[in-house]
Design a protein. Structure first.
Length: 121
């Protein structure tokens, strides 16, 4: 039974912090950047839950935690297991796998840059 979301509040807050620091908006969007990012995360959370079985929720949240700790290899291993698993995104299986892996790599690189900036302060 689906609970309507797959990200924990902690994971969403962490991703919101990373995305707010790493994505640069111009003009008016700069003022409401955090709200725009939170709306996007809420949409991903709501619509992603329709395709991601609840049994993967803890693993997806663990990926964010591991990335936040700089544990890239362990996070990548979990992504691989999920990509080979039962996430039922519409469309071609190869495309779905690429979307999942590339989306995760994008977030991981943002998190890595964010961590490096925090360390160098």
């Amino acid at each position: 039974m689906s609970d309507g979301k797959f990200l924990t509040k902690e994971t969403k807050a962490f991703l919101s912090d990373v995305l707010s620091d790493e994505i640069k908006f111009k003009g008016f969007l700069r003022i409401i950047k955090r709200q725009v990012i939170n709306i996007a995360l809420n949409m991903v959370n709501k619509y992603g839950d329709k395709y991601i079985p609840d049994k993967f929720d803890p693993q997806i949240n663990k990926i964010a935690v591991l990335c936040g700790q700089g544990e890239w290899t362990e996070a990548a291993a979990i992504v691989g297991k999920i990509a080979d698993g039962e996430i039922d995104l519409p469309g071609d299986k190869n495309l779905k796998t690429k979307m999942l892996i590339n989306g995760t790599m994008f977030l991981a690189s943002l998190i890595e840059n964010w961590i490096d900036k925090k360390r160098n302060k």
